[in-house]
Unconditional design. Structure first.
Length: 149
């Protein structure tokens, strides 16, 4: 019975070490994901503010879509550079074979996979969702003012 308890204890400790390393990777990923997401939303907000300043009225859905497309297209480069430099900086840790490489690889692999996912979400999914939210808010504003469209 004592042997079973010792084996179980060792297994739990090893699994815990594995999961702690993965959690550290997810924490690092969350910070980078928040940074790139805020960058894109900030660019979109700047573009929307420029349109509102020009028009001085609630925006139409088409204007919002165009502003989101313009902001996202113009700022693909800074967002992609941020993500790719992060991914490139993690590659040496992923291919390392020295002491402690097993732990760093458990941190790096989820971070690399997550960065690819974050890049796609930040450049494709978030702008679409944000556009829908902005369109709803503008529709509600137009409804208050009783303007068409």
């Amino acid at each position: 019975m004592k042997l079973f308890q010792d084996i179980f204890t060792i297994l739990v400790v090893l699994l815990n070490m594995y999961f702690v390393a993965v959690y550290v990777g997810f924490i690092a990923l969350a910070g980078t994901a928040a940074e790139t997401g805020v960058m894109v939303l900030n660019f979109i907000d700047i573009e929307i503010a420029k349109l509102r300043e020009q028009k001085q009225a609630p925006l139409t859905s088409l204007e919002i879509k165009e502003a989101v497309e313009t902001a996202t297209a113009l700022h693909v480069r800074p967002v992609a550079i941020t993500a790719f430099t992060t991914m490139l900086s993690l590659i040496p840790f992923m291919v390392a074979t020295g002491a402690g490489a097993d732990v760093t690889q458990r941190i790096v692999v989820p971070t690399l996979g997550g960065m690819l996912t974050v890049l796609v979400l930040t450049l494709l999914v978030f702008p679409v969702l944000y556009s829908l939210v902005l369109q709803f808010l503008e529709w509600r504003e137009r409804k208050k003012l009783n303007t068409p469209f």
